[in-house]
Design a binder for this molecule. Structure first.
Ligand code: ADP
Ligand code: MG
Length: 456
């Protein structure tokens, strides 16, 4: 007698993975390129979230053996993007941030790959707004600030999230915001197998994400953060970027008049259609939202940091004492502190000049002034044109490395072993993509490549 195989394409409750380490409880999501499950980890007896590589419409499962097979795409492509899924999981596993979901395990089984995360108890921002309507302003800003902090952290590492939206932020019972659902395999689904628009998250993706060749950058995620704040404060999904080409999107405040000025202004700027008109860094976005302009930030920080300890120390004894003796004692304390402060200031001025100046600069630097890319060599290949002088005396080998560095800076994963080894040893190299579609060169980079090629 044959039992009827399960009709669904996902793993069934009770099924075990990784030699019995994880037991599937239920499916909790099914996206463009993966299926998400809640599972139990034996031994530790804790709930985990397992994501299985399973590109929608291009995979099928042998339900008797659970093995996953490519469907309608060739094996090599399926395999290539399975590796990209794995690589993405490895990149995520190397990140450490309180608002970024942790990856605790990665393994291959059933001819596919799995990544394991702790199960974050809570509700997504999407669910919260659906259940209770727009969030109060301070609560919304609290969550967005945590998301922004996480996104600034990944941008520093040259990683883009590409799918920030209310559905991909979980809020815990302790009001912590956790960003989930990082995925470069998404590019694969975008580029090769489906119409772009069917996989884009409408309302949260700017127009450059509708095209595989447009350059994406921090501003792409910034649009999505602005759109997420739009939704959280208005309860309305922002208008599609494509539709906005012909129609005007209502300002957040016209949907919800209670939204403060700075939030309205910040969302409008973050969601500009042209990338160049948006905030260019997450820090700039947050300063705008907190009503701190770069120049104000500089003044505020300077006066805040210049004398706070002296002011507090001096003010307290004087204001808190009433009788004469005590106030005299207070006066001596004040004089003493002032004297110590003068001595410290003199020492700093004479001996510790460099340190003092450096730390001061660091505190007051506006986002625009901060170095955008940490480089550990002398060429800023994305912002400075190389000259003949730079290249004339380089060996063929050096030229090849320099040319490939331009791709490496974008996280390109090389096929040749020697390039892999060379760039893996660099602290700034964060491999994220095997797809040349994903590497968007600016005009200076393009210029530099052409020039290097002339010498190679
Ligand atoms: N670590 C996690 N803990 C708890 N729930 C999660 C976790 N990761 C994902 N989820 C839930 O599963 C859903 C789908 O996961 P997600 O990573 O967003 O994949 P996709 O959107 O591509 O299907 C999320 O919206 C969220 O509700
Ligand atoms: Mg998601």
């Amino acid at each position: 007698m044959q039992t009827e195989p399960p009709k669904t394409n996902h793993l069934q409750p009770g099924m075990q993975l990784s030699g019995g380490k994880y037991t599937i409880e239920k499916k909790i999501g099914e996206g463009g390129f993966s299926i998400t499950y809640r599972a139990m980890q034996s031994g530790l007896n804790r709930a985990v979230c397992i994501k299985e590589y399973f590109p929608a419409g291009h995979s099928m499962r042998d339900t008797a053996h659970y093995t996953v097979y490519p469907q309608g795409i060739d094996d090599a492509l399926f395999e290539k993007y399975r590796q990209a899924f794995r690589k993405e999981a490895e990149t995520l596993a190397s990140l450490q941030h309180p608002s970024i979901v942790e990856v605790i395990d990665i393994f291959d089984e059933n001819n596919t790959s799995y990544m394991v995360m702790p199960f974050v108890e809570g509700r997504t921002l999407q669910q919260m707004v659906e259940q209770q309507g727009p969030l109060p302003y301070p609560e919304a800003v609290n969550y967005i600030a945590q998301v922004a902090d996480a996104v600034a952290y990944i941008h520093q590492r040259h990683i883009l999230h590409r799918d920030i939206k209310p559905d991909n932020v979980i809020i815990t019972a302790e009001y912590r915001a956790i960003l989930i659902d990082f995925g470069s395999a998404r590019e694969f689904v975008n580029d090769k197998t489906q119409a772009h628009t069917s996989i884009l998250t409408h309302g949260y993706a700017p127009t450059e994400q509708y095209s595989t060749t447009s350059r994406k950058g921090s501003y792409t995620d910034i649009y999505a953060i602005g759109a997420t704040l739009y939704f959280v404060l208005t309860g309305t999904v922002p208008m599609d970027a494509a539709a906005r080409m012909s129609e005007e999107m209502p300002d957040p405040r016209s949907v919800n008049p209670a939204i403060p000025d700075e939030a309205n202004r910040t969302i409008i700027k973050a969601m500009q259609m042209k990338a160049i008109d948006r905030h260019q860094t997450v820090e700039e976005f947050m300063d705008d939202l907190r009503n701190i302009r770069p120049s104000q930030a500089a003044t505020a920080t300077t006066s805040d940091t210049a004398v706070p300890s002296r002011q507090v120390a001096a003010a307290n004894p004087v204001t808190s004492v009433t009788d004469n003796k005590q106030s005299k004692a207070g006066l001596y304390i004040v004089l003493g502190i002032v004297a110590v402060a003068i001595v410290v200031a003199l020492i700093l001025a004479l001996g510790g000049r460099t340190t003092a100046v450096d730390s001061h600069t660091e505190t007051i630097a506006s986002p625009a002034e901060q170095a955008p890319t940490p480089t550990d060599d002398s060429y800023n290949l994305d912002s400075q044109k190389l000259t003949d002088e730079d290249l004339r005396y380089m060996s063929k080998h050096e030229l090849r490395l320099l040319r490939n560095e331009i791709f490496a800076r974008h996280g390109y994963i090389f096929k040749s072993r020697d390039l892999q080894e060379h760039f893996n040893s660099k602290s700034w190299y964060h491999p994220i993509t095997t797809s040349t579609y994903d590497v968007h060169l600016n005009s200076i980079e393009q210029y530099n490549i052409n020039l290097i090629k002339q010498y190679e």
